[in-house]
Design a protein around this ligand. Sequence first.
Ligand SMILES: [Zn+2]
Length: 377
Amino acid sequence: MAGPSRPPCLGGRLTGILELPSRIESLADAARARVDRLLDVRPISGQTDPPASLEPWLTDTFGSADAVRGQSMLRVTNLATLEATVFAPLRSHRPIDGPDHARDLAAEIAATEGDPFCDPVHGTPADTFGRVRGARMVSGANAALADAHHAVLVFDEHDPLAFDAALIADLFATGRAWADRARSEDPEASNYLLVWNCLWRAGGSIVHGHAQALLGRGAHHARVERVRRDAELYRASHEADLASDLVDVHRDLGLTVDHDGISVLSHLVPVKERELLVIAPPGTDERDPTFGAAVARALLAYRDRLGVRSFNLALWRPPLATDDATVPGWDAFPTMVRIVDRGDPFTRPSDIGAMELYGTPIVGSDPYDVVAGLRDA
Ligand SMILES: [Zn+2]
């Protein structure tokens, strides 16, 4: 990925995102104004003073001692949502004290065959209304509920990385069919969330491929509700639509891939490494084939081009019943999927530390490298 203009001390990493301020400077006035109302972009520089005895190790680890002496970072803040990220180029070079990364993930996955999800009818409880069967998966009730209705959607394939576009389409269809069945027994439950934790780094307790669907009453899940509120405040402050600005800013800065009116964004404010947002216009049904195809292309690029093995995915959409006039903004809320890389399954340290929980997430991957991987797919 390294071009001739990239400083060799960074090994080709992150210079793309560090060039963001100059990309913004070169935008036309309207696009520049849109960036300015949505984002705060702040270059950060720092210096260190390493002893000579440390230089060989610094050279081995980070490419040179000078790369550690003078460092450039960038903090990007979404002013509407207050999501923020520090892009720190040297973080991805940090030495990891752990087991051999060359261990065979496929063998590790195969070794767990015979788990409860290999026989979901006997290995999981059913919902009181029974099970929903899709083309490539079957529902069970989560044995430890996290909402009034909480399903596991157990894939026929044991290997969680053996997904394809048809499985992604089936996931959206089966999840929604399950939610509709649950709503027929509990019509007041309309807050629907579909999530997928792939492998243990992402919080998956069972290796076998599966996602989860939740349906409950009351306000929507807090992270979704937060964005609805932020978008309403943004509309009041700027007379602009938050989701449209988010897409347009990423497009103007070269960070989107578009498929049939659906945009895949290499997020400028990633919650952690390589976050993608798949954004469709408000009112888009997640079962729309073009939406499923866009999510599938993103996930296949993740697995096959970017080498991601463990990820979290969430479908964010308005409640299934949005006729409550006291809650404005759902009609303008996009249908979207968020996907984030959780790192090497054999790396011992968690990718989530105190900074991610209580400060500002630190990210070592470059959104421009991520979007290049999407474009090649
Ligand atoms: Zn299994």
